[in-house]
Design a protein around this ligand. Structure first.
Ligand code: NAP
Ligand code: ZN
Length: 346
């Protein structure tokens, strides 16, 4: 066992406490990682506040980990001490179902093991990246390209892959009109990916305050939805909408902006059900879909794509004792655009 410092919440909505947790002894195919940075995803808030239900406490959130390998198990072949690596939203899957075999471990039929708030296949509660070290099977570790600094790379491990994967799945590219709804941690990366893939990109944000930055990141158009007349102007415009918003929206209003056969893909995960008129779909053969992070192979592809195209999150690096305040600021949309915890401050 390896003892490591961590930030944990003892019960739902409680403030963070500095604590000590244990990481398992290295198995033959395990890697010990010295976590240098961990991004704060809005999912960490949904989970630590137990908004989705199923919260297991004490909880150590964090699934945007970047760091350096310090030790490898006897059967590890892909990594060596000193390698710069990342770990995202999940740390194990069955490895034998059709989805694991096709590289989409997140949809594992036995149930993927999340980096935190999951019981692993031995029944032990998983603890995430708000900690100094983690032990992970080598199959669930990705390599961080040299061109990406470790702090900047960390948000790509969740926010990056969660937006890259659906853009690829729905064939976003030249000639496609794509709307990104919500310019937060996920949204500001989605803008960069959709632009790099060659699409015409529109940002739909609540206010005008992020307009300049959206255009710098590659948006072609920007609308503030606080003015509800924009929906009439945008009628039947988009092939795809990627909704990254953490709260429920007026789904019918957004559907009205899709062309025939257009799709609204939800990655934002509000805890309450959405509602919409079926006629918003029927009359233009539209679809509503969802997407969960992305597989390990695609995560590596996304990191390499980011390095190649100069895609990087805009981050604010914070100290361990600032995490409660960061949660509150995220809830006020007061973050440009991702908080990243410097683990050396733990
Ligand atoms: P975030 O940084 O808080 O960004 C969300 C953005 O949504 C905000 O910046 C804001 O953008 C907009 N927004 C917030 N409240 C709104 C409201 N009431 N009405 C309209 N717009 C609102 O969060 P994030 O880390 O990007 O995560 C976003 C969501 O994705 C969360 O629900 C998270 O759990 C989920 N998620 C899902 C997956 C998956 O696999 N599907 C993975 C990661 C995260 P503007 O200021 O531009 O309006
Ligand atoms: Zn996340």
């Amino acid at each position: 066992m390896c003892k490591t410092h961590a930030l944990s919440v003892p019960t739902a909505k409680a403030p963070f406490e500095k604590t000590t947790i244990e990481r398992r002894e290295l198995r033959p195919n395990d890697i010990l990682i010295d976590i240098k940075y961990c991004g704060i995803c809005h999912s960490d808030i949904h989970s630590a506040y137990d908004e989705w239900g199923g919260g297991m406490f004490p909880m150590v959130p964090g699934h945007e980990m970047s760091g350096v390998v310090t030790k490898v198990g006897t059967a590890v072949t892909k990594f060596a001490p000193g390698d710069r690596v990342g770990v995202g939203c999940f740390v194990d899957s069955c490895g034998t179902c059709e989805y694991c075999l096709s590289g989409e471990e997140q949809y594992c039929t036995k149930g993927v093991i999340n980096s935190y708030n999951s019981l692993d296949y031995d029944g032990n509660l998983t603890y995430g990246g708000y900690s100094e070290h983690i032990v992970v099977k080598e199959e669930f570790v990705v390599r961080i390209p040299d061109k990406l600094d470790l702090d900047v790379a960390s948000p790509l491990l969740c926010a990056g892959i969660t937006t890259y994967s659906p853009l690829k799945k729905w064939n976003v590219g030249p000639g496609k009109k794509v709307a990104i709804v919500g310019m937060g941690g996920l949204g500001h990366l989605a803008v960069q990916f959709a632009h790099a893939l060659g699409a015409e990109v529109t940002v739909l944000s609540q206010s005008n305050s992020k307009r300049d930055e959206a255009m710098e990141l590659g948006a072609d158009h920007y609308y503030a939805t606080s003015d509800s007349t924009v929906f009439a102007e945008l009628a039947n415009r988009f092939d795809l909408i990627l909704n990254t918003v953490s709260a429920n929206l007026d789904v019918d209003a957004y559907l009205s902006t899709l062309r025939i056969d257009g799709t609204l893909v939800n990655v934002g995960a509000p805890s309450e059900p959405d509602s919409y008129q079926v006629f918003s779909l029927i009359m233009s053969r539209r679809s509503i879909a969802g997407s969960l992070v992305g597989g390990i192979r695609e995560t590596q592809e996304m990191l390499d794509f980011s390095a190649q195209h100069g895609i990087a999150p805009k981050i604010e690096v914070i100290r361990a004792e600032q995490v409660d305040e960061a949660f509150e600021r995220i809830l006020r949309s007061d973050v440009r655009y991702r908080f990243v915890i410097d683990m050396a401050t733990l």
